[in-house]
Design a protein around this ligand. Sequence first.
Ligand SMILES: [Zn+2]
Length: 275
Amino acid sequence: MKNRILFLSLFIVTMVLFSSCDEEGNLNFFTVEQDVEFGEEFHAQLLQDQTYPIIPEASAPEAYTHLRRIRDALLQSENIRYKTEFSWDVYLIDDPETLNAFCVPGGKMYFYTGIIKYLENEAQFAGVMAHEMAHADKRHATNTMTKTYGFSILLDALLGDDPALLADIAADLALGLGELKFSRDHEYEADEFAVKYTNDASGENDYYPKGIADFFIKMGTQTTSLEFLSTHPDPGNRIDAINTVWTELGSPTGSTTDAIYVSRYNEFKSSLPSK
Ligand SMILES: [Zn+2]
């Protein structure tokens, strides 16, 4: 028994040593490859689910071109750690009533047509996309899973009670990802890095990071029944935090209502299938 306890302690210490911690100290028992696998699993389930009507690329090629153009600009950021490891695939969900977007582990991102139509310029939309990218790059979903399941996974894996446990958890995660609520800390971190990504991309694309704050200002004037606010709470303090980050970075502060933002964004909006 003594030996077993010793072995157990050593095993746990080893697991903790080998599990990754990012620069912000977010502990994660899962591997980067598992993030990618969970995302693939979720996507496969999503394709079977009528709740998420994905617009096929062939139905809206121009809209997908706009999405990828904005994504590629943000991916230039040196602050994105898993630039090559993650797929960063983008998808449109045909639902003009839903003002939301989400991202799954491994970088796949989903944007409801409702939020694209609701926003007014590309800076705001780039802010939303950058925020979702940050949740994926900081591995917030598997960090949350580590907090929820981490220790029991270690014990069960060690004792061999339930070899299918990881698969079950992956399935649970996949079912709940679209509704996943991140912690306050995760939301603030996603905002902070969204500012950094847009700041890094701002040279060629004029993605003034203040567009992220503009987005919350716009959302904040709406009713609290908006889906984005139910999964992304507390807009007021976040506006202040966002403004602090871009001010400290010395980001460009051009007007987010500049003609190029609006005209290019209007082209994007009008390329969406009308419903
Ligand atoms: Zn968020």
